[in-house]
Design a protein around this ligand. Structure first.
Ligand SMILES: CC(=O)SCCNC(=O)CCNC(=O)[C@H](O)C(C)(C)COP(=O)(O)OP(=O)(O)OC[C@H]1O[C@@H](n2cnc3c(N)ncnc32)[C@H](O)[C@@H]1OP(=O)(O)O
Length: 183
């Protein structure tokens, strides 16, 4: 157990990488999976820097690919811890891509990775608590608490279906382009 408090700034990490042809998919754009891998790396770096411990990724809260990234663009990822629980830390990540010739920067992704700190025996470890030093940091913290509440409601929604099957079939065949052929 630690009573240490730390500022979010101590977890800040920036990673820039030039996108190569080997990072592209069949349509010549940068592969989403490659970006996810970079995001996981920076989330790990930020969470480990903040906690001083090895971390594992517990979950990823939405990944929307807002703009395609081209080969030759400079991708920059910025990450910092925006919320802490007991052993968990939410790392906020922003991904931007810059066209080197024009200098134009586009926002490609914002996502939230939950990282869990581990001690040397592999048990979940208590992380430092957070000192919020700006209105933006307070806002990010509050929004994270709202997302966590939504996640709990979503988990309840996804619990085993115990509704009326006939009613469910009537609803989905009315609302969506689907056929139901039960055997
Ligand atoms: C570096 C890497 O990328 S590793 C590769 C990918 N990641 C992994 O392999 C992790 C595999 N998963 C695990 O090891 C476990 O399920 C863990 C570590 C995520 C959770 O461990 P458990 O001991 O089962 O979880 P437990 O229920 O005790 O909760 C521990 C903390 O994790 C949080 N947590 C557990 N599951 C999730 C989840 N799916 N999403 C977000 N947070 C979670 C809990 O809220 C809790 O937070 P708190 O300590 O701040 O209160």
């Amino acid at each position: 157990m630690t009573d240490l408090y730390k500022k979010s700034s101590s977890s800040r990490v920036t990673l820039s990488q030039l996108m190569l042809p080997s990072h592209s998919n069949f349509s010549g754009k940068i592969h989403g999976g490659y970006l996810l891998s970079l995001m996981d790396q920076i989330a790990f770096a930020s969470g480990s820097k903040f906690s001083g411990k090895y971390c594992v990724t517990a979950s990823v809260d939405r990944v929307d690919f807002l703009n395609p990234i081209e080969v030759g663009e400079l991708v920059t990822l910025k990450a910092s811890v925006i919320f802490v629980g007991n052993s968990s830390m939410v790392v906020g990540i922003r991904v931007e891509a810059q066209n080197i010739q024009t200098g134009k920067v586009k926002h490609c992704n914002s996502s939230y990775f939950t990282m869990i700190a581990k001690d040397s025996d592999g048990n979940n470890a208590r992380v430092p608590r957070l000192i919020l030093t700006s209105k933006e940091e307070v806002l990010r913290f509050v929004k994270t608490t709202q997302r966590l509440k939504l996640r709990h409601s979503y988990a309840e929604l996804c619990a085993d279906f115990d509704g009326d099957m006939q009613q469910a079939v009537a609803q989905i065949t009315n609302d969506y382009q689907v056929q139901v052929q039960l055997s």
